[in-house]
Write a protein that binds this ligand. Structure first.
Ligand code: NAG
Ligand code: NAG
Ligand code: NAG
Ligand code: NAG
Ligand code: NAG
Ligand code: NAG
Ligand code: NAG
Ligand code: NAG
Ligand code: NAG
Ligand code: NAG
Ligand code: NAG
Ligand code: NAG
Length: 413
């Protein structure tokens, strides 16, 4: 017995030692990968200008590249992540580093054979263009937002089949969105806002069935919004604002039951909003249709069942409000509304009583300026008005005309 327990004790000790050894002896990075990183380092100097002070406030630059030295293990370098088992470089995070330099299009950087995550965000003096990508490229995250990257997107971007997050916000990209982008079916986050893309929105985006954030704002996209939403069931945030899109809101958008943020403002969209397009978007919290060409005589339950809606902006369209008194209780009106923008529309006469059901449980901030209202402030069907702007209404009644930008409780009804 004694012998056996000594023996098993030694066996356990031996296993523990083996285990510890495997923990501490992780592989070092290969010479090829280290020299690709050194080559990359040599492209840059550090700039100390203050363009991205906000970025530095979040991530003070610690000049990571200064400690990238040949003949040391690159897996220990700042900003570099390796696979512990293989020693392959799998991630590079140089966010907000204050780098200044040009990345040539034949760079080996994007082409490190095992690189899955590349973050260069917040380096406005890093300039460059995308290289061609082949189909063995394992990139999953590519974030070059707030950099000086420019030029068109190569068609070969569609080869990055493992990509889950692509962020090109506020760079200088131009041209069209290649249809091949629709091949990136694992994408969950596609952010290409604030560039100079000027094509149509490619219908192939309908294949991005995993996408939850789609941000195309502030470009020059033209044409209609294609019917791409049928299979985008994961979409929770959609921003197409500040483009030149025209035509109606596609009906497939009405099936997006996970959507909480929808911004189509500042386009040239048109069509009648009387339909129940928004009825099933029951998770919607913010809806912005400002500065388009929507028309319609809004009925009481145009936004039925949107109980989470807190922010509704319909300003600068051609909308009017139905004066119907036929209101039934089969729908739940947006009861949590806090801000309602209806200025610069074609609202005439009195504010209909049913409007009071929008935001009935809250104090509400309301802008009805630049319309054609008549009737006094006592006509307003809300209990608690926080911020009220009735300026520049075309008033027949002195009471409204003199109540411009009144604050506090209006004490209506
Ligand atoms: C970036 O580096 C170049 C020289 O390589 C220099 O002329 C330029 O002023 C630098 N820019 C900034 C913002 O530091
Ligand atoms: C940047 O560095 C230069 C030289 O080191 C210095 O003269 C300049 O004041 C610095 N600028 C800022 C914004 O820190
Ligand atoms: C990238 O690096 C920055 C600065 O060191 C850090 O704040 C940020 O959390 C990192 N991002 C990720 C996803 O690791
Ligand atoms: C990239 O091209 C330049 C000249 O165009 C050349 O000097 C450099 O060696 C090339 N780099 C790589 C990594 O191929
Ligand atoms: C494809 O790109 C990877 C880098 O992502 C590179 O290692 C590989 O050699 C390339 N394959 C071909 C066939 O060009
Ligand atoms: C990638 O997308 C293009 C354009 O949508 C398509 O023609 C091509 O067949 C796709 N390639 C693959 C490998 O899926
Ligand atoms: C949606 O997905 C289904 C099943 O994958 C497919 O048959 C259909 O063509 C897709 N619809 C669109 C508009 O992409
Ligand atoms: C807006 O769209 C209408 C068609 O719906 C078109 O006639 C008009 O030219 C467009 N305006 C702008 C500024 O693009
Ligand atoms: C609103 O919700 C009620 C109860 O959940 C449901 O019966 C009704 O069909 C919904 N209305 C619309 C227009 O979806
Ligand atoms: C209304 O929208 C048009 C474009 O649709 C824009 O040019 C105009 O400046 C907007 N007016 C206001 C007051 O926002
Ligand atoms: C708004 O749409 C109408 C047609 O419904 C069109 O006649 C008008 O030109 C459009 N306005 C703008 C500013 O595009
Ligand atoms: C309630 O109003 C809606 C829309 O006007 C109508 O479709 C529905 O039949 C009405 N329900 C009842 C019970 O009156």
């Amino acid at each position: 017995m004694g012998w056996l327990s000594t023996w098993s004790y030694q066996l356990i000790l031996c296993i523990q030692l083996l285990f510890l050894h495997s923990l501490t002896h992780s592989k070092q990075c290969s010479h090829d990968q280290a020299s690709a990183l050194i080559h990359f380092k040599q492209l840059f100097t550090y700039s100390n200008d203050s363009t991205y002070d906000w970025c530095r406030a979040i991530n003070p630059p610690d000049q990571k590249l200064k400690n990238w030295k040949e003949d040391t293990d690159c897996c220990s370098w700042g900003g570099v992540t390796c696979d512990m088992d293989t020693g392959h470089v799998t991630g590079l995070n140089l966010t907000c580093e204050g780098l200044n330099g040009t990345i040539p299009s034949n760079t080996t950087l994007f082409l490190l054979p095992y690189l899955q995550v590349l973050r260069l965000s917040g380096n406005p003096h890093v300039i460059g263009a995308f290289p061609e990508f082949n189909s063995s490229n394992p990139l999953e995250v590519l974030d070059v937002s707030f950099t000086g990257f420019s030029g068109p997107l190569p068609n070969s971007i569609g080869n990055l089949k493992s990509m889950t997050e692509l962020n090109l916000r506020r760079c200088n990209f131009i041209g069209s969105i290649p249809a091949s982008l629709g091949n990136l079916t694992k994408l969950t986050d596609l952010t290409i806002s604030s560039n100079n893309f000027n094509s149509c929105i490619p219908p192939s985006l309908s294949n991005l069935q995993s996408v939850s954030t789609l941000d195309l704002m502030d470009n020059h996209f033209v044409g209609t919004i294609p019917e791409i939403f049928v299979n985008l069931t994961q979409l929770s945030s959609l921003d197409l604002s500040f483009n030149q899109l025209s035509g109606p809101i596609p009906s497939s958008l009405s099936g997006l039951s996970n959507l909480y943020y929808l911004d189509l403002s500042s386009n040239n969209l048109s069509g009648n909003l009387e339909t129940y397009l928004f009825a099933k978007l029951t998770n919607l919290e913010q809806l912005d249709l400002t500065s388009n060409n929507f028309s319609g005589n809004l009925e009481p339950y145009i936004f039925p069942n949107l109980t989470k809606l807190s922010w509704l902006a319909l300003a600068n369209n051609s909308l009017s409000l139905s004066s119907t008194t036929k209101v039934n209780s089969s729908f739940e009106a947006p009861c949590n509304l806090r801000e309602l923008y209806l200025s610069h529309n074609k609202i005439q006469g009195k504010i209909p009583k049913w409007m009071g059901n929008l935001g009935k449980d809250n104090s509400i901030s309301l802008d009805l300026s630049h319309n054609f209202l008549t009737g006094g402030i006592e006509q307003l069907p809300w209990k608690n008005l926080e911020d009220l702007d009735l300026s520049a209404v075309m008033a027949c009644d002195g009471a409204v005309a003199s109540s411009n930008s009144r604050r506090g409780q209006a004490g209506v009804q």
